[in-house]
Ligand binder design. Structure first.
Ligand code: ATR
Length: 272
């Protein structure tokens, strides 16, 4: 019997997850279906109950339901607990198991696809919303030399810092966007939503070291952050690799098989 999976969000029309998971299934010869499902903004929990009754095996969760999925899960992986958000649910008998594969996806893209080891690097993480929170712990687990969190609202960056400070040997600190002009980084990650509105972040161009990787977690457009980094000779990468790698990590959790991602990344790139 075909095992059923889906991605749930609102809006959901733009989601590439069905394309990605269907490609993984074909490649690994898994008999699964994967569709996109729109849940009403006030009807996420009801939608999940409905899918469980219909025999679905798991779902990916996207905006704006990652926090509700975290609250709904009866069991949580360690990385979901650290992130405070869930992007993957598995329905295992009575349990609703929550996981977060976003950070693992980012790390895998940087280290395995781009061949840039994170250990020993100076990282600037821009943003203190859900996206930044999801990747902070996995980045720290790679033992960078330094990780600086910056955000428009500094109090949110400080709250994020206070959650991880005691648990890491890495030097982690918070810095205002205005105070970055004396520092240089090897990896600069934009985890803000500014790309959505084409808003430029007030970043000094001096933050990009020679051979710097500038990574925008957003996929599908050239953001002002990417333009700025490109004009200062950074290696500029968008969130396509992270998108495919977080999906591969979810697929592995559900099916126990790790798909090959480069061929799927290429397919998605060509389809847009
Ligand atoms: P997500 O789940 O995508 O992380 P979010 O939790 O709403 O969404 O967080 C959005 C992030 O983008 C925050 O870091 C936000 O900064 P604030 O904490 O100051 O709100 C950042 N952001 C959004 N619009 C921004 C803008 N115009 N300038 C600077 N930062 C912005």
């Amino acid at each position: 019997m075909t095992d059923k999976y889906a991605v749930i969000g609102n809006p959901i029309e733009h989601s590439k997850s069905p394309l990605i998971h269907q490609a993984f299934a074909k490649q690994t010869k898994q008999d699964i279906s994967y569709e996109k499902i729109l849940a009403p903004l006030d009807g996420f929990v009801e939608k999940i109950s409905e899918l469980i009754k219909l025999g679905y095996k798991g779902v990916n969760i996207t905006v704006p339901f990652k926090l509700q999925a975290f609250q709904l899960a009866t069991k949580l992986s360690a990385r979901a607990q650290y992130a405070g958000a869930v992007n993957t649910l598995s329905f295992n008998g009575v349990d609703i198991v929550g996981d977060n594969t976003d950070g693992a996806g980012l790390v895998r893209d940087i280290e395995d696809n781009l061949h840039i080891p994170i250990a020993g690097k100076r990282i600037l993480l821009i943003g203190a919303g859900g996206a930044a929170e999801g990747v902070l712990h996995p980045l720290l687990a790679c033992k960078p030399a330094l990780l600086v969190i910056t955000n428009r609202t500094l109090a949110k960056a400080e709250a994020m810092l206070s959650k991880v400070k005691a648990q890491t040997e890495t030097s982690v600190c918070v810095c205002g966007l205005d105070d970055l002009h004396t520092q240089q980084f090897d990896i600069v990650i934009n985890a803000t939503s500014t790309g959505l509105s084409d808003t430029a972040l007030p970043l000094p161009s001096t933050i990009f070291s020679q051979d710097c990787l500038a990574y925008d977690m957003m996929y599908g457009r050239e953001t002002p952050f990417m333009c700025l980094a490109r004009s200062h000779s950074a290696q500029v990468v968008d969130g396509l690799g992270m998108l495919v790698e977080q999906a591969a990590e979810a697929f592995y959790g559900w099916r126990g098989i790790r798909p090959m991602t480069p061929v799927v990344m290429l397919m998605i790139k060509e389809s847009t």
